[in-house]
Design a protein around this ligand. Structure first.
Ligand code: ADP
Ligand code: MG
Length: 345
C-alpha cells in the first residue's frame, strides 16, 4: 500500500486558497489620502493567517486580534493536552469556558439546521482515517459501522456550559467551524480598537471588515479547486465573510485513490456528493464556515434545496465535479468570472 500525504506549503496555501485584491483607487487622484495598510502574518490552527488593517491604530489592533486568535487556538485545539476540547474528549466531560461553550452551542444548532450534515462528533471517524496522527489509513466497512455508533451530535449534552459525551470513544472536533469563529472574533477585536477597514484571511476563511479605505468593496478571489493558480471567480464584498471548503485542502492518496478531510457523517467516508468546492458568503464567519462544510457534505441537489429554504441567511458559489460553477442569485451581481457560470434562483 502506498500512502502519499498532501499538505500544501505555507505559501501555496495562502496564495492558492484565496487571493485577495486590494486595489486602491488608481485613477481618481485620491491615493495620497488613502491610509497605509499594516499586516501581520502567522501560523496557527494549522493555517497561514494574514490580517491587514488600515488606519491610525492598525498596528495595535492587529496585535490584539492576533493574540485573540492564538488564545482561541489554545482553547479549541484537538491535540494540545491543555485545551478544553482535548480534556473534554479525554474525560467525556468538561466545564467549558464561554467561548468554547458558545462554539459547541452553535455547532449543535448547525447540526439541527443542516439535518446532520454538520456534525462535530465525527471525531472518532477523523481519528480512524488518521487525520490527527497523519498516519493515514482506510477504515474497513466494519470499523466504520462500529464507529457510527459513536457519531451523532444529538447525543451530546450541553447543560449551561457543562458538556457531557455520553459514551467512551466519543469525541468532538471543532475544525469545521473554529476558524470562522476566530475570524469573527478577530474582526470584533479590530473594530473595538478603532479599525474600520480590514481584511482577515485565515486560510480559506476571509472576513472583510468595512470596505477598502477608498470606499470600494473588497475583491475576494475563489480559487479553482482543480488548479491552484486559477480562480473560479471573484466576489466583491463589504462587511462580509467569504469561506471556502474544498476537498483539495487536506487529502491523501492510497492505492491511487484520493481521500479528503470532510467526512459524510452518514457514511463515515470522505464526502463525494458531486461538489469539489463550496464557498459561502454571509455576514457571519462562523455561519459561513459551518455551512461551507455542511453544503460540501450535502452535494449539489441538497445544497441548492437548502439554499432555497434559507436564502435570507447566505449566498453560495458551488463548483461541481463536472466543472460547473453555480452562483446563487443574491450574490450574482457582485460575482465575476472569466469562465461561464450559472446563476441559481
Ligand atoms: P478547512 O478546515 O480545511 O477550512 P472545513 O471548514 O470544511 O475545511 O472543515 C473541515 C474540518 O471539519 C475537518 O478537518 C474536520 O476537523 C471537521 N469535519 C470534517 N467533517 C465534518 C462534518 N461533516 N461536520 C463537521 N465538521 C467536520
Ligand atoms: Mg467549515
Amino acid at each position: 500500500m502506498r500512502v502519499t500525504a498532501y499538505r500544501f506549503s505555507m505559501w501555496t496555501r495562502i496564495s492558492a486558497i484565496l487571493l485577495i485584491f486590494a486595489i486602491l483607487a488608481p485613477l481618481c487622484g485620491c491615493e495620497a489620502k488613502s491610509p497605509k495598510s499594516q499586516s501581520v502574518e502567522f501560523f496557527t490552527m494549522d493555517t497561514v493567517m494574514e490580517l491587514t488593517a488600515y488606519g491610525k491604530n492598525a498596528g495595535t489592533a492587529l496585535h490584539a486580534a492576533q493574540a485573540e486568535i492564538i488564545r482561541l487556538d489554545r482553547l479549541l485545539s484537538i491535540s494540545d493536552p491543555e485545551s478544553e476540547i482535548y480534556r473534554a474528549n479525554r474525560d467525556g466531560f468538561a466545564e467549558l469556558s464561554g467561548d468554547t461553550a458558545a462554539l459547541v452551542r452553535e455547532s449543535l444548532a448547525l447540526y439541527e439546521l443542516t439535518g446532520g450534515a454538520f456534525d462535530i462528533t465525527v471525531y472518532p471517524l477523523m481519528d480512524a482515517w488518521g487525520f490527527y496522527s497523519d498516519e493515514y489509513r482506510l477504515p474497513s466497512d466494519e470499523e466504520r459501522a462500529r464507529l457510527a455508533g459513536l457519531v451523532g451530535s444529538d447525543r451530546l449534552a450541553l447543560e449551561g456550559d457543562a458538556l457531557t459525551l455520553p459514551e467512551p470513544g466519543m469525541g468532538i472536533d471543532l475544525g469545521g467551524i473554529a476558524k470562522g469563529y476566530a475570524s469573527d472574533r478577530a474582526a470584533e477585536t479590530l473594530a473595538d480598537n478603532g479599525v474600520a477597514s480590514a481584511l482577515i484571511s485565515l486560510g480559506g476563511n476571509i472576513v472583510a471588515l468595512g470596505s477598502k479605505p477608498d470606499g470600494m468593496p473588497w475583491r475576494v478571489a475563489i480559487r479553482d479547486p482543480l488548479d491552484e493558480n486559477a480562480f473560479s471567480g471573484i466576489v466583491r464584498v463589504t462587511d462580509t465573510a467569504v469561506v471556502t471548503s474544498g476537498g483539495y485542502e487536506r487529502c491523501f492518496e492510497l492505492d491511487g485513490k484520493s481521500y479528503h478531510h470532510i467526512l459524510d457523517p452518514a457514511t463515515g467516508l470522505p464526502a463525494r456528493n458531486g461538489l469539489i468546492s463550496v464557498t459561502i458568503i454571509c455576514e457571519s464567519g462562523i455561519l459561513a464556515d459551518g455551512l461551507s462544510t455542511a453544503l460540501y457534505v450535502m452535494g449539489e441537489e441538497k445544497a441548492l434545496a437548502f439554499w432555497r429554504a434559507h436564502l435570507e441567511l447566505f449566498d453560495a458559489v458551488l463548483v461541481t465535479d463536472d466543472g460547473r460553477v453555480l452562483v446563487t442569485s443574491g450574490i450574482a451581481e457582485a460575482f465575476s468570472s472569466e469562465r461561464d457560470f450559472e446563476v441559481v434562483r
